[in-house]
Ligand binder design. Structure first.
Ligand SMILES: [Zn+2]
Length: 126
C-alpha cells in the first residue's frame, strides 16, 4: 500500500501538463496499491488498475472540504471525490509538439462503498 495525498483542483486555467499551476486544496489521504498491469498493446498503450479503501475518517475529512465549496455548480460529493482521485493519476507532458513519445495518463476513479478502484489508461504521444 502506498499513501496518496488527494487534492481537489479548484481552477481549470491550464491544460494537462501544467495542471499543477491551477489552484488546489488538500482533500484527504488514501492508501492505495501499486498499479497492476491489466493489458499492454504493441504500441505501448496500457491499462492499469489501482485498488484501495477510504476510511470513515478520510471520507469525513474530504466531506469537510467539499462542504466549504460554493453550493452553486458543486458536483455531488461522491462524484467530486472521484474526480479528485482521478486527477491524482492524470498526466500530460509539456511538449509543444505531438509525436514526442511521452506517456499520457487518463484515470477514472470509482468508489463502491469504502472501496476505491482507479483505472489508468496510458498511451504514448506518437
Ligand atoms: Zn512529450
Amino acid at each position: 500500500m502506498r499513501t496518496f495525498h488527494i487534492y481537489a483542483r479548484l481552477t481549470h486555467k491550464y491544460r494537462a501538463g501544467w495542471a499543477e499551476l491551477d489552484r488546489h486544496e488538500y482533500v484527504t489521504t488514501l492508501r492505495l496499491t501499486a498499479p497492476k498491469l491489466l493489458s499492454i498493446d504493441d504500441d505501448g498503450t496500457k491499462d492499469r488498475i489501482v485498488h484501495g479503501r477510504i476510511s470513515a475518517k478520510q471520507r469525513e475529512q474530504a466531506r469537510k472540504v467539499w462542504e466549504k465549496l460554493p453550493r452553486q455548480g458543486r458536483a455531488p460529493f461522491k462524484q467530486w471525490l472521484c474526480a479528485a482521485v482521478s486527477e491524482a493519476f492524470d498526466y500530460g507532458c509539456r511538449c509543444e509538439h505531438d509525436c514526442c513519445g511521452h506517456y499520457q495518463n487518463h484515470a477514472m476513479a470509482r468508489m463502491y462503498g469504502r472501496n476505491v478502484v482507479v483505472k489508468v489508461h496510458s498511451y504514448r504521444n506518437i
